[in-house]
Design a protein around this ligand. Structure first.
Ligand SMILES: O=C1O[C@H](COP(=O)(O)O)[C@@H](O)[C@H](O)[C@H]1O
Length: 272
């Protein structure tokens, strides 16, 4: 089961980032109230890193118990650990370095110094996922947690940027990664967007998240957003397939919304 997309449009990218940060902080606080901890899957790119900067700037940032936040990445560029291209490094500089995170809860995809190929790093990240899921399920057989696919931890909110070609994470149109249905993580060796080698969660994993938030700004993304929301095929338009089980929220600015189908544009704001 997955939730149909809801669209929330903000006037420009500055307002959008502030709104996303406010939603995210609220989501993490609410989730910690319910479960004691909260799990977020981060994304790189303009909006992904911009969101982290906006969280860092928010006075409400301290409302979250960051020591009980589990952090994952939806994708990573397979480059040296200290490369400025690393989504992890950018996220650390934008926000994570200044938070009292528990290092055991921060799950970092591998870099070139540690693994020979992107596939090797992907296999390691898949193991990290499976280990976390095993620990989570062993600790909590009982109660209120929703049913989970066997090999995955609970993802409360998974953030995704969208490329002008409609890629999400490092799942690119027409490439092998977007067709993957068995593995949780795959290596990418020939990404059309540099750098060419990457590690990415696959679509079934993205769809296991409770909430998937699509963060998009700019006119160059309008075509991709319009196609995804019009229900294009997932292999051609990966963003069309990214959905959460409970909520799929498109948080976009007016420029990115210019080709959204009329029937999806609501007068009232999307419900929280
Ligand atoms: O390369 C990547 O691109 C996407 C989208 O980035 P954007 O700058 O066009 O917003 C990003 O979500 C992904 O994490 C990243 O590796």
């Amino acid at each position: 089961m997955s939730a149909d997309p809801r669209v929330s449009i903000h006037p420009d990218s500055g307002v959008l980032l502030a709104a996303i940060a406010a939603r995210l902080i609220t989501k993490l606080v609410d989730t910690q109230d319910r479960y004691g901890d909260a799990t977020i899957v981060l994304t790189g790119g303009t909006m992904g890193i911009g969101t982290l900067r906006a969280v860092a700037e928010s006075p409400a940032c301290a409302a979250v118990d960051w020591s009980k936040v589990n952090v994952w990445w939806g994708d990573e560029r397979f480059v040296a650990a200290d490369s400025p291209d690393r989504n992890v490094l950018q996220a650390q500089r934008a926000l994570l370095d200044r938070l009292p995170l528990d290092p055991a809860r921060v799950h970092v995809p591998g870099a070139t110094g540690d693994f020979e190929t992107a596939d090797d790093a992907a296999a390691d990240y898949a193991r990290q996922l499976a280990d976390a899921a095993a620990r989570e399920h062993a600790a909590d057989f009982s109660d209120s947690r929703p049913d989970e696919p066997g090999l995955l931890p609970r993802f409360d909110v998974l953030l995704l940027g969208v490329g002008p070609d409609a890629h999400v994470a490092s799942l690119f149109p027409e490439m092998a990664g977007i067709r993957e249905t068995e593995r949780t993580v795959v290596g990418v060796e020939n990404s059309p967007k540099p750098p060419p080698a990457r590690i990415t969660l696959t679509l079934p994993v993205i769809k296991s998240a409770g909430e998937v938030w699509m963060l998009v700004a700019g006119e160059d993304k309008a075509g991709a957003v319009g196609l995804a929301l019009a229900g294009a095929g997932t292999v051609q338009v990966p963003a069309a397939g990214a959905r959460g089980r409970d909520r799929t929220l498109w948080l976009i600015d007016a420029a990115a919304a210019s080709k959204v189908p009329e029937n999806l544009l609501r007068k009232e704001p999307a419900s929280a």
